[in-house]
Design a protein around this ligand. Sequence first.
Ligand code: HSE
Length: 310
Amino acid sequence: MSNTKYVKVLAPGTVANLVCGFDVLGMCINEPNDVMEVTMLDTKEIIIKSADGYPLPLDPAMNTAGAPLIEMINEVGGNVGFEVIIHKKIKPGSGIGSSAASAAGATVAANHLLGNRFSKEDMVRFAMFGEKVASGVKHADNVAPCIYGGITLIRGIHPLDIVSIPSPDLFVTVVHPQIEVKTSDARQILRKEVKLKDAIKQWGNIAGLVAGFIQNDLPLISRSLEDVIIEPVRSILIPGFDDVKRLCKEAGALGGGISGSGPSIFMLSETEATANAVNEVMKDVYNKIGLDYNTYVTTINKTGVKIVDA
Ligand code: HSE
């Protein structure tokens, strides 16, 4: 019999920015996933627990899963609360949407226990409070694809305007070199002003990438995976970045770049064989540098946070 007070969800990783779309494009992937267990309480409180001893902030207001739920229970009113047990599989500071997975996973699970009273857009609105805790800024390019699945365009956040973009059946290879890059630091180093000629290139690429996804035009996707504004600044934080990018493209990848704010790097490929070859290239680069890493060969997750036990 299903338990109306308990739910377990898989909260997937996400690749924000998709190279050219800083803060406006994001993609959900099938690996890695956080596992979250959420129980509804009849007291107005949020309890956060780390399942495996991973040192997460346990004060709900400081926790990326807790902050959205505080907003949610305030909006619901009455004596409702949640206990959240987090199995943290997506490392904070990896660039694969760790904070978003916690925020979106908790929000979707709690909404399920509340009888799905909130829309997907409402859930993104709540989950963005988790991103604020993590990086100081309410960006939606990880939480929106995590909740909607697939590829999302965040046309605006004031008010929220989220557009689901059709996702082609591509393979995704991700390498996570084992260094931590805090999103707040990776935002701090960005220039506050952009040259008009760079802006023109960038919005041409964003429009080209979206059109490429809609038309399933792989050469157009490939040409549009270019970032002339953010990548030149952030890539200096990632050892081996230029080699990974060049060699993966030589191995047949359509293209790719920094995943979110890094240090992970992602590549899109048309076939699984190419995605596996790209994986070998990534491993080779970091073996030569002598830096530990994890890699994932995965696909685009078209459903977002998934309920696995209720
Ligand atoms: N758009 C955000 C950034 C994503 O690049 O700072 C962080 O994961």
